[in-house]
Write a protein that binds this ligand. Structure first.
Ligand code: URA
Length: 238
């Protein structure tokens, strides 16, 4: 039996694999995207598909979250560290400087906690609930719980969708009130809108944003387009 070889698609440079970064040009200096590979685009294509099962949504969004968390950790400072290897030789390497914690914006951000725990053993995690104030229509803090020493930690702020940026900006305001310097916060999300990124980075230019994908924009209901719909619904509801 002879097998017909499948056509091979070689890895492509980011600008040929897709054009999504063109949705925000120039990119703010504080924004970092995952390498825009065809494989990453394939993962996003699965989670964007409205016919993807909840099981597959969980599996493939977790894969992206894991990549994002790893990228977030790349932005933490390190210090020189020398170890002795089993051969008796010494190795001049580096070690992480300082402690971290995760802070998830409820409820969708909770979905990113497991990915952080997989990579950072026994990481401390705080939570924050922000909702729209019905009287003022502004984002309002409803609940927060942080590690008591959060002011001395680097904070990975977790929320899968950066739409208008309202909740994320409120969350950062609350973290700063708790003593966390802006430059020690790294905001991690799966999909960002150009509008949200522009507003958020304009207000907090010293804070790094790690995003997997920058989409076209927002619709009249503040959903990201093309987006993936309501992340929390797709993740938690069958
Ligand atoms: N939150 C979501 O879950 N999806 C969007 O498109 C925007 C905000």
């Amino acid at each position: 039996m002879s097998l017909t070889p499948l056509p091979l698609t070689p890895p492509q440079p980011a600008h040929e694999a897709n054009t999504n970064l063109a949705h925000l040009n120039p990119l703010p200096k504080s924004v970092f995207t995952l390498p825009q590979t065809a494989q990453l685009e394939a993962l996003y294509t699965i989670i964007r598909d409205k016919d993807t099962s909840r099981g597959d949504f969980l599996f493939y969004s977790d894969r992206i979250i894991r990549l994002l968390v790893e990228e977030g950790l790349n932005h933490l400072p390190v210090v020189k560290r020398t170890v002795e290897t089993p051969t008796g030789a010494s190795y001049d390497g580096v070690g992480f400087k300082g402690k971290i914690c995760g802070v998830s914006i409820l409820r969708a951000g909770e979905a990113m906690e497991a990915g952080l725990r997989e990579v950072c053993r026994s990481v401390r995690i705080g939570k924050i609930l922000i909702q729209r104030d019905e009287d003022t229509a502004l984002p309002k803090l409803f609940y927060s719980k942080f590690p008591q020493d959060i002011a001395s930690r680097y904070v990975l702020l977790l929320d899968p969708m950066l739409a208008t940026g309202g909740s994320a900006m409120k969350a950062v305001e609350v973290l700063i009130e708790h003593g966390v310097p802006e430059e020690r916060i790294i905001f991690i999300n799966l999909i960002a809108s150009p509008e949200g990124l522009t507003t958020f980075c304009g207000k907090y230019p010293r804070l790094k944003v790690i995003t997997g994908w920058i989409d076209q924009g927002l619709n009249e209901k503040a959903y990201i387009i093309p987006g993936l719909g309501d992340f929390g619904e797709r993740r938690y509801c069958a």
